[in-house]
Design a protein around this ligand. Sequence first.
Ligand SMILES: O=P(O)(O)O[C@H]1O[C@H](CO)[C@@H](O)[C@H]1O
Length: 301
Amino acid sequence: MENNNSPTQAAEHDQKIDPRNYDDILAVVASIKEQVGEETARSDIGIICGSGLGPIGDTVQEPTILPYSKIPGFPTTHVVGHKGNMIFGKLGGKKVVCLQGRFHPYEHNMDLALCTLPVRVMHQLGIKIMIVSNAAGGINAVLRHGDLMLIKDHIFLPALAGFSPLVGCNDPRFGARFVSVHDAYDKQLRNLAIEVGRRSNMTLYEGVYVMSGGPQYESPAEVSLFKTVGADALGMSTCHEVTVARQCGIKVLGFSLITNIANLDADQSVEVSHEEVMDIAKQAGERASSFVSDIVQELSL
Ligand SMILES: O=P(O)(O)O[C@H]1O[C@H](CO)[C@@H](O)[C@H]1O
């Protein structure tokens, strides 16, 4: 689905970047610093906005907006609801960099190293904490449209089949070759989010997110399979970003906005559409934005 939110931006640079080359990543970072200034670029917290969750980026104060088309190596985002901007500024008094638009592997020939380039770039810009959001289908029967689910663990299905963003990144400067993803979703950050949610009377679930390759939505039998193995919500993103963040030593807080209920019954005709996903995300955008900004305000770095 093409992105009609912002016209597809042609790249405004001709620098060739290999996302598996550490020095190329440093070149991307140098270009960003040159364009927005070193001090503006230096960030403590990174935020990735999911489908329809771009409003989180619109709440950044004193924003400096750098379109992806001006960043060497950044491909174009094609999915509706992903604007394609890197936004520097302040949220809750902290220095943040917000990605208004992510790269889904299905958009980029399953090149997961490419899709996680922004995480490596944010690491070089100094982030210590990454908040990642997504739109997801609810599998667990307790979940309803518009609910927020904190991610406590994930099933990174493409990586189990060899599509990992770490494949081919052989330079030791990237970090550990064998990355531990135990406690990938930081327990202290989750506790903070639960406390923030409690104070604002927000119903917050905690569960396991499963990433499928997409872009087709899952069949009832596939949803049943995911339910059997313990998944609570499903989508087509996030796990690749979190895996790279952990290799970089970045702490992660992740949440899913439940935009549809995944159908488990083959005899029932339930059509999921990206329009439905966007519609629910739009309704919840303000709530999700204030949730993120309340959490950021209370983060200690
Ligand atoms: O994960 P985000 O980017 O929120 O997007 C979700 O929404 C799209 C499907 O509607 C898929 O890309 C899925 O992953």
